[in-house]
Design a protein around this ligand. Sequence first.
Ligand code: FES
Length: 85
Amino acid sequence: AFEVELARSGRTLTVPADRTIIETLREAGFATVSSCESGTCGTCKTRLVSGAVDHRDMVLMDEEKDDFIMICVSRSEGGKLVLDL
Ligand code: FES
């Protein structure tokens, strides 16, 4: 599990090992926008404020990987992620 802090809404959620970030957001009552949920369509692209991301998508270019995360598939490398949500 790892923590996701939502910078704009001031909430921190714990993402369990068997859930994605987007599933965790949905279960916490946040409206989410997604389509493929497999890291290929680009719909769930979210701005990353800070944190080390384990990028698992097929969408982001290398130069975007410091600033964005695809929240349907990607996870933390261990520490907390701060998202612009
Ligand atoms: Fe398609 Fe995340 S929902 S890349």
